[in-house]
Design a protein around this ligand. Structure first.
Ligand code: 13P
Length: 252
C-alpha cells in the first residue's frame, strides 16, 4: 500500500524561537493523534533542521530539507550537502520546487544531479513538478510535467525510484489562494502515475506517493485527498500554524 503523506514546506519563514515553538507544538499534538496511516514530514529552513530532528527523535514526524547541493563536499560557499543533511538525520529533501527553478535558475540537468545526490546519501527526494498558468492555458500542462519527470527523475533505476515521492504543484496555485480543483488535481495525478507505470511498471506506479501542492489548506484538503491518485499534500502557507497543519494531516 502506498503511503499517505502530508509534508510542510515552510519556505523562508519563522525565527528560531518561533520555529522551535511550532515544531514542539506539532510534536505535542501528534502524540495524541492517530497518525498510523499517514506520514508527516516537516521541511523547515536549513538552520532549524538539527533542532527539528532532535524533536523528531521523540515524535512520529520526519524531517526534510527544502534544497541541497548536488556535490557532496568542497568549495561551494554557502551551500549545504547531502552528507551534512544525513549527519543531522534528515530523511527527505524537496527537489525541483518551482521557486528554485524560477529564482535560482535550477534547470533539468541540475535537478537530475540533485536527485542523484539525495539518493547517494540515503535521502528521499520529494520531486516537484508543475506547469505555469500560460502553459495550462495553452493546454500544454501534461507535456510540461512529462518533460520535468523525463529530464530530472526518470533516469533513475527502479530501485532508486522507489525512494522518490512526487509532488504535483501547479505554479499558478502556489501562494495564490486558488487551488487546483480536485478534478484537475486527479487528472494530472493519474497522468503522472501513468507516466511512472510506462517507465517503471504498474506495480511500482501503484506504490508511488503523489502529493498535491498549491493553496492546499484545512478547508480543501479533504476533497483533494479523496481523489484516487492524490496521496496527500505538500503544504506551504497552511503548514505554518500547528492547528491548521494538523487538520490537513487528518484530512484523509
Ligand atoms: P502554498 O501552500 O503556500 O500555496 O505553497 C505550496 C508550496 O509551494 C509547497 O511547496
Amino acid at each position: 500500500m502506498r503511503r499517505k503523506i502530508v509534508a510542510g514546506n515552510w519556505k523562508m519563514n519563522k525565527s528560531f524561537p518561533d520555529a522551535e515553538e511550532l515544531i514542539a507544538e506539532i510534536a505535542d499534538k501528534l502524540e495524541s493523534m492517530d497518525t498510523g496511516h499517514q506520514d508527516v514530514i516537516l521541511c523547515p529552513p536549513y538552520v532549524y533542521l538539527e533542532m527539528a530532528t532532535d524533536i523528531a527523535e521523540e515524535s512520529v514526524f520526519s524531517v526534510g530539507s527544502q534544497n541541497m547541493n548536488e556535490n557532496d563536499t568542497g568549495a561551494y560557499t554557502g551551500e549545504i550537502s547531502g552528507p551534512m543533511l544525513t549527519s543531522m538525520e534528515v530523511e527527505y529533501c524537496i527537489i525541483g520546487h518551482s521557486e528554485r527553478r524560477k529564482y535560482f535558475g535550477e534547470d533539468y540537468a541540475l535537478l537530475a544531479k540533485k536527485v542523484d545526490a539525495a539518493l547517494r546519501n540515503g535521502i528521499r527526494p520529494i520531486f516537484c513538478c508543475g506547469e505555469v498558468l500560460p502553459e495550462r492555458e495553452a493546454g500544454r500542462h501534461f507535456e510540461i510535467v512529462k518533460k520535468q519527470l523525463d529530464e530530472s527523475l526518470f533516469h533513475l533505476t527502479a530501485e532508486q525510484f522507489q525512494q522518490a515521492v512526487i509532488a504535483y504543484e501547479p505554479v499558478w496555485a502556489i501562494g495564490t489562494g486558488v487551488n487546483a480543483t480536485p478534478a484537475q488535481a486527479q487528472e494530472m495525478h493519474a497522468y503522472i502515475r501513468e507516466q511512472v507505470a510506462s517507465k517503471y511498471g504498474e506495480s511500482l506506479a501503484s506504490e508511488t506517493s503523489i502529493l498535491y501542492g498549491g493553496s492546499c489548506n484545512a478547508s480543501n484538503a479533504r476533497e483533494l485527498f479523496s481523489q484516487a491518485d492524490v496521496d496527500g499534500g505538500l503544504i506551504g502557507g497552511a503548514s505554518l500554524k500547528a492547528d491548521e497543519f494538523l487538520r490537513i494531516v487528518t484530512s484523509f
